[in-house]
Write a protein that binds this ligand. Sequence first.
Ligand code: ADP
Ligand code: MG
Length: 604
Amino acid sequence: MPDNLANKIAAGEVVQRPASAVKELMENALDAGAEHIAVLVKGAGSDLIQVSDDGCGMGEEDAVVSFQRHATSKIRSLEDLETILTLGFRGEALASIAAIAQVTLTTSRKHDDHGTKVVINGGDLESVQPIAASAGTSVAVRNLFFNVPARRNFLKRPATELKHIIDTVQVMALSNPRVAFRLVHESNELIDVPSGRDLSQTEALARRLSNLLSLTTPSELIFVEESTSYLTVTGLLGRPDDHRRTRGQQFLFVNTRFVKHRYLEHAVLSAYEYLLPEGAYPLFVLFLDIDPRHVDVNVHPTKAEVKFDDEQGVYGMIRTITRKALRTAEMTPDFLSAMPAAGIALDLGGKEATSSGGSTRSSYETSRTPRHAAEPDKGDWMAAGVQSERLYDTGRLIASDTAGERIATDRPDASEDLLWQLHDTYVLTQIRSGLVIIDQQAAHERILYETARRSLEAGFGLSQQLLFPTTMDFTPGDYTLLEELMPDLKSLGFDIDLQGNRSVVIRGVPADIRAGDDRSILDSMLDQYKSFESIDNLTGKENLARSIARKSAVRAGTRLSHKEMRALIDQLFSCKMPYSSPDGRPTIVKLSVDELRKRFGQGS
Ligand code: ADP
Ligand code: MG
């Protein structure tokens, strides 16, 4: 394959859009040890991208060679090679960019008496000349994608491409707080942050963050520095009162690579619980350092995805570390010590959640701790949930989040529990420091969601048999979907038979479905599934768990008995993530006595 063509193909991989070229060129500048990096852009990167640095520069020979595919000065050992190969596109950036643009490189080393200028056009070397140049390198990329019209047409609106470039420079500037960065588009200076060579890494980062995000002073930030045997977390957290309306100012780096990771972002967010108003997000920059064996970074140039071998463990650590930092900064209300006032009766009598069920479940049955079914209360929608919940107790990791532990403490006399229901929608209870308000529907969704996830993971869930099996007909599309979801539906506790002629016999439904809902649940869940699929792009188990939670959660406007409220709180705090519904709505709002006092004008 002619090299030119190979480069053009590789270019598609490496350079998806102008911002990718900016990123590659800046990375080269950093690799060259630059202290100042300037990025000049015209036409949102389509007309010109010029990255200049004061790094080590290159001699004439290297300057020419640098455009050859797999030319890299950065592989020194076999080990290097291995890591680099996993990165997949080492030594390809310059070659790729040059294949699809007109590139002028000027470069000079510190003690050279002249520099070198190399011009390459669509991959063809046009000229190499000596020039006068100061130490460093400047790469000008003109008319990116000029010979790949498909790609050029594929670009988004200039404003969008420019936004990608700004984001790219911003992320670079955050992960290299001691290097000065400038970004100029046409004649607008968009970013200009000074070098922090004389500062410590954290000082530099604090200043960088406040410069970039225009905070008034770095003292508005909270330092994080914590190590476990598994990972090290360093960085900065924004103060709770300096929150944002979007997630746009959350920066997570894993082994220096910027990643977007909703789950871990949530770990940080959840540590801010009660500190932020609804719909607000903290700002943070966190660097996770973790043995590469525990992470799988998908370094496809356009994606920044990462997977950990112990995702939940990392979630827990980040949350704990963030909490600790916030608490040290004395900003977390001590919910933990406030909780015990709400004692919990675990002794809710439940109905036998599994009736004749399937034989697969019987082995699991035996592991169930015998519970005194003091008040078998068959009508209780919540009781069934309690029962199934309990089955998992043994295996459940009690989170380091002590709120859960404390609230689950048995208290012999539950009759004194102060529990109220407001508008048949919110459950109110007293804690030592004030009042807790629980959104019953959101809370129940959380509970059902986690139960469903566990059932799906374990491959079986509790079922309640219908007294009278029903037969329902489905549309061909729904029927196919049912076929596809069949194994997971079984795991959830559905006992259904597909009859082949689009009709389905329902013999049993998951145990925590409320009585009365049992016949319609399959149908309404399927509808929800489809809508989550098309609107939120949810698939498979996650979608199923959310669908069933959404469809069978107790609605706002449903009167709850004292016992049901108690069970709701109990189960909520046994959840892994009690503070938000599966789709991120808060389940709990706390109102402290202090706040009340203030509102009543009694000062603090
Ligand atoms: P890689 O960075 O993976 O080595 P590139 O194609 O990005 O591959 O760059 C090829 C080579 O060109 C680098 O290994 C480096 O030696 C040289 N080079 C590129 N940009 C610069 C720069 N700004 N300053 C000094 N050397 C550079
Ligand atoms: Mg490079």
